[in-house]
Design a protein around this ligand. Structure first.
Ligand code: THU
Length: 129
């Protein structure tokens, strides 16, 4: 495990546990996510789909003010990166340098920053002053 990916075991386990609560009868693609907030606490979520498809929620929605680190965890061969809408929501509560660990069943597959996921983003700073 590299220095970048160390210390995220608890985040991964939290995301894995959250994924067990996913409700994904339509896509059958269960996703768990977990963040470590500025208060040191871990917050987790799972995707919750809806028969009215646009009403479904991605796993990446969580309830904290500052994201210190984040894990997104799913099965499948492809990397599960946050969808476009979630990237903007994550950006609201994170810095461009904040790391997101994209995980599969065996652990971290890739670590990427918010700035790499959403370059030249529009954020809260744009509306200040
Ligand atoms: N999904 C997430 O929950 N997070 C992501 O980062 C990518 C996609 C969910 C949404 C939907 O329930 C399912 O995966 C298939 O798109």
């Amino acid at each position: 495990m590299s220095a970048t990916t160390s210390g995220i075991g608890a985040l991964i386990e939290t995301a894995r546990a959250a994924r067990a609560n996913a409700y994904a009868p339509y896509s059958r693609f269960a996703v768990g996510a977990a963040i470590r907030a500025e208060d040191g606490k871990l917050y987790a979520g799972a995707n919750v789909e809806n028969a009215a498809y646009p009403e479904g929620q991605c796993a990446d929605a969580a309830g904290a003010r500052r994201i210190e680190a984040m894990v997104v965890l799913a099965d499948g061969d492809a990397l599960c990166a946050p969808c476009g809408g979630c990237r903007q929501r994550i950006r609201e509560f994170a810095e461009p340098a904040t790391e997101i660990h994209l995980c599969g069943p065996d652990g971290v597959r890739r670590t990427i920053t918010v700035g790499e996921l959403l370059p030249l983003s529009f954020g809260p700073e744009n509306l200040k002053g």
